[in-house]
Design a binder for this molecule. Structure first.
Ligand code: ADP
Length: 420
């Protein structure tokens, strides 16, 4: 069966087509600038040259139509006919407390994703557009949704609750959800397999460091804490996001700078983090380059970025009473030897001993980068969220099971809230 994986954003849509017989990628690509008359479709068929087309694509249904046209194109295509697509899998950012695993899309699932629009206003509405666009073009093809939050549904209440009046959790479901779950689950499981150790007996800290970044404590195969919160803004310092900040700073800035809610939110999400501190770029490559040329501010921003990662690793080692393995993944985690080096430099108290040579070689492969005999195994595991989505989709539509995270059905010690 061929499975089409879709990651729909508000003005973009990425796709990857898998042949599940051998799990090979037949083609991948993206549509950018949806809504404009100069939308760009970039299509990369396996073993054929890349194609780039600029045309008017005003909404997602038209974008999917274009993609399907390209997949079956006589010259650039990889399928004979559209009916060769057996199922479609979607990445969905927010599954709230409802979804602790992947599910087949039906009317109830769509209603629930809509109910979660409030929690992920930038993401879930766009994913819904993607689901509807597939429905319009491929009405008989089953669809599956795979949630970024699902893996973290095992977090205990002491990790997912904020210390604010409980009534806010009850009324509005304000809590930590965590993101990048598909990636944290995949790389932690791969790390255990790589080490030849039982996944359900390991203490692993996973660092997904891309444009967005998060750390997760994976204890015995389950997420027990993660650095992103109700939204992806909390936690690490990121390319353009502030990460952790004293919440009192927000109203203070709003008053002093006369900023609106939208303006302060945009500042924290789009104009903070690495770009704000370095004044150069949100891209670790550019900041590293400047640092290596002697730019002291870039050097400082780089140190601060790595320091924040190191603090979370320490916190999660404490949360699990130890750490067996540390995993780096995503754009920065997989590719930046300097980031991994600086993060690990002062983790020797935990027993982390990085091997400089291993850290700098073996690019693109799953590998161990700690010294033989290091108390903590440090690994680089390239993430592959699309493959997980394809695998779950295939399993569900073939009538199989996808193990859901064993959600913490913890009985919370409620007092009757006075004003509920
Ligand atoms: P996202 O999915 O969050 O957009 P990715 O995981 O693709 O992000 O990571 C993108 C980021 O990876 C880029 O912004 C860039 O900073 C970083 N990156 C890619 N290659 C390198 C590299 N060789 N060295 C340092 N950083 C890199």
């Amino acid at each position: 069966m061929n499975v089409l994986v879709i990651n729909a954003g508000s003005s973009s849509l990425k796709y990857q087509l898998y042949d599940m017989r051998d799990e090979s990628v037949l083609a991948k690509g993206k549509v950018e600038r949806i809504g404009m008359d100069t939308a760009i479709l970039t299509h990369e068929p396996a073993a054929k040259p890349e194609v780039r087309e600029v045309s008017e694509i005003l909404e997602h249904t038209a974008a999917i139509r274009k993609v399907l046209g390209m997949l079956t194109h006589p010259q650039h295509g990889v399928l004979e006919r559209i009916s060769d697509i057996g199922a479609v899998g979607h990445r969905v950012v927010h599954g709230g407390e409802t979804f602790s695993g992947s599910v087949i899309v039906d009317e109830e699932v769509k209603r629930e994703i809509r109910r979660l629009f409030d929690l992920a206003p930038l993401h879930n509405p766009a994913h819904m557009l993607g689901i509807q666009a597939v429905e319009a073009n491929l009405p008989d093809v089953p669809q599956v949704v795979v949630f970024d939050t699902a893996f973290h549904q095992t977090m205990p209440a002491r990790a997912f609750l904020y210390a604010i009046p409980m009534v806010l959790y009850r009324r509005h479901k304000i809590r930590r959800y965590g993101f990048h779950g598909t990636s944290h689950a995949y790389v932690s499981e791969r790390a255990a397999a790589f080490l030849g150790k039982p996944y359900d007996q390991l203490k692993i800290v996973t660092c997904h460091i891309g444009n967005g970044a998060s750390c997760t404590a994976v204890l015995n195969g389950k997420s027990i804490d993660t650095s992103m919160g109700m939204t992806p803004l909390e936690g690490l310092m990121m390319g353009t996001r502030s990460g952790d900040i004293d919440p009192a700073v927000v109203p203070y800035i709003m008053a002093k700078e006369e900023l609106s809610v939208g303006e302060v939110s945009s500042m924290l999400n789009k104009h903070s983090g690495l770009i704000a501190i370095s004044g150069i770029s949100s891209d670790v490559r550019e900041v590293t380059e400047a640092m290596e040329k002697g730019d002291r501010i870039a050097g400082f921003a780089f140190e601060m970025y790595c320091y924040r990662i190191r603090k979370y690793i320490g916190a999660y080692a404490a949360a699990m009473n130890g750490i067996d393995a540390l995993v780096f993944t995503a754009g920065v985690g997989e590719n930046s030897a300097p980031v991994r080096e600086v993060v690990c430099r002062e983790l020797t108290f935990l027993g982390v001993e990085l091997d400089e040579e291993r850290n700098r070689t073996g690019h693109g492969k799953e590998r161990l980068i700690s010294k033989d005999g290091s108390k903590v195994d440090v690994l680089v595991i390239p993430t592959n969220e699309e493959w997980v989505i394809a695998r779950d989709t295939y399993a569900l539509v073939s009538g199989g099971q996808v193990p859901a995270a064993d959600a913490a059905a913890e009985k919370l010690p409620w007092r009757q809230p006075l004003d509920s």
